[in-house]
Design a protein. Structure first.
Length: 327
């Protein structure tokens, strides 16, 4: 699946060496992620709301002006599972939001678009409706709950609100995420690729600690003097399959199929048993008839004075009594 690499800092960079190191770090982590996710590369800087996207690897080196002044740097390396055009390279941006998604949400696909593209369209539609009656953050939360409280595959989502400059993050149990912050909480690195942590140690002299992020939770990340991360809402913990189908429904279908198969097997066994019993009864009846026939023949043979007509009368009488049938 796709990779998210997000870097936050509380201030613009004043030291040239620090700028060089951060540029190298961003280039390293995005390149490392692009090696296995090479269907598209995109980067958003909140400074001047600059967005650059390409199916090829974006060259970060000339973008030092945006790296220097931006507090939010959001990058996405794409592995396509739907919507294979360049138009579906992330991040997606409009006047309200910037969206990055890792995972597969097939329930949102239509008209051969990508799943994230369709999700972004629906997110904006519901947000506008909720915003008429709520404040901005409540409208965002209600929109996310509306779309994701159902069974929608796998997701790891970063949603940047361009108006308030708050970053919202949420994931379910089908994706991984890693949050790393420095000791004084002025820098935050978010990545879906845990191998990219190695570049933190190489690029920065300070220590970083990992933060625990809960599944099915909405986090608000705000920058003041420090980077504040707060869990603000919970989502329903639906058990879903990786591709967006209801696992409960899948299990029910499996159980139904199993029950059908069991019933069929039982019915088959019953039919076999019935046939066997019928065959056994027929064999027994045949054996009984044969015994009576042999007995009658023995009597006839013993008394050689019996004529053919008398022999026939004996069989008729035995048949009438139910002792034997004609063979």
């Amino acid at each position: 699946m796709c990779n998210l690499n997000i870097y936050l800092k509380t201030r613009k960079i004043k030291n040239k060496l620090e700028l060089v190191k951060l540029t190298e770090f961003l280039n390293n982590v995005t390149t490392n992620s692009y090696l296995k996710n090479n269907n598209g590369d995109g980067i958003f800087f909140n400074y001047e709301n600059k967005l650059i996207k390409s199916v090829n690897k974006v060259n970060i080196t000339p973008l030092t002006k945006y790296i220097k002044h931006s507090k939010f740097i959001l990058t996405h390396q794409r592995y396509s599972t739907s919507g294979f055009k360049e138009d579906y390279t992330q991040p997606f941006k409009n006047k309200d939001f910037v969206l990055l998604h890792n995972g597969v949400m097939s329930n949102f696909c239509y008209k051969k678009h990508s799943d994230t593209y369709c999700f972004f369209e629906k997110l904006n539609k519901h947000f506008k409706r909720y915003l008429k009656h709520n404040n901005r953050e409540t409208a965002i939360i209600d929109t996310l709950k509306k779309l994701l409280n159902k069974n929608n595959g796998s997701y790891s989502i970063a949603l940047f609100d361009r108006k308030t400059e708050n970053l919202y993050y949420l994931k379910n149990d089908k994706t991984n995420i890693n949050f790393y912050t420095n000791e004084i909480e002025t820098k935050l690195f978010i990545t879906t690729n845990y191998n990219n942590y190695d570049y933190l140690e190489l690029g920065f002299k300070e220590d970083f600690k990992e933060l625990e992020i809960n599944d099915f939770s909405i986090y608000r990340i705000k920058i003041k003097n420090k980077i504040e991360i707060k869990q603000i809402e919970k989502l329903k913990q639906n058990k879903t399959s990786l591709w967006g189908y209801d696992s409960k429904e899948t299990e029910t279908n499996k159980e139904t199929e199993t029950n059908k198969e069991t019933e069929t097997n039982k019915e088959t066994e019953t039919n076999k048993e019935t046939e066997t019993n019928k065959e056994t009864e027929t064999n027994k009846e045949t054996e009984t008839n044969k015994d009576f026939y042999d007995y009658s023949k023995a009597l006839i043979k013993k008394d050689s004075n019996f004529s053919k007509n008398e022999e026939h009368k004996i069989f008729e009488e035995e048949t009438r009594k139910g002792y034997c049938t004609y063979i």
